[in-house]
Design a protein around this ligand. Sequence first.
Ligand SMILES: [Zn+2]
Ligand SMILES: [Zn+2]
Length: 274
Amino acid sequence: MKIDLHNHSYYSDGVLSPVELIRLAKEQRCDVFALTDHDTTDGLTEAKVEANKLGIKFIPGVEVSAMWSNMTIHILGLNIDIENEALQAGLKQHQEFRAIRALKMARGLGGAGVVGAMEKTQAVAKQGMITRTHFAQMLIQEGVCKDMKSVFKRFLTGKKPGGVGGQWAQFDEVIEWIHVAGGKAVLAHPLRYRMTNTKVKRMMSDLAASGCDGVEVVTGSSNTDEIALISQWAIELDLLASSGSDYHGWPNQRVRIGRLQDMPNSNKAVWNYW
Ligand SMILES: [Zn+2]
Ligand SMILES: [Zn+2]
């Protein structure tokens, strides 16, 4: 079985439409697929219709930003009820913050000499949501920076011109939104945050204590050692294991839908509950 529980469409910072994503997942022989856009469920219905047509088991999901210890982390809500009011109210708060943050970022970049930052970034984003990735893409297109790494470092983090701190809900609140919507809360890409391994384990332990169900043990960019480490910690903390590529469809992204390494402890997989 090929299972991929972490993917983005153009309703957040991915490139493809939900329908294009499902068709690609089919081409890659994916059996179970979750769409998990940032702080929105807008693409889920379109994706579900296409998945039903093509015989793929579709898991409605969302990737919610959250604060842990003053840092932004990502928590996936998997197999959620998209009609749930508490979840939608929470996501709406985050969408409003994203809109305000985009204006602040554009203002900051304007101060640093980037003319028309908002309009140019809006042109990059295909749907309403404007993410930091869209600003980064715009700055690369404009020739201000050469790649994602330098653009975030020089412009979009901390006290840099386009840096705006996250004002997301606390992690325990986000876990609660996901639970009331009937979903499983899963910490996304645990080794991709800017923190030491000791801190990562502390974060996982705090989340587990707040009822988080699982952690992404396998991601599209994990190596064997990373998978073994997170798998071990998941067992210690009694967290379920998930697997997802975090596919966005960016031209320079190496990851493919459904092309994921095996999970060591599949008896504790989050999908065993569906
Ligand atoms: Zn993420
Ligand atoms: Zn993601």
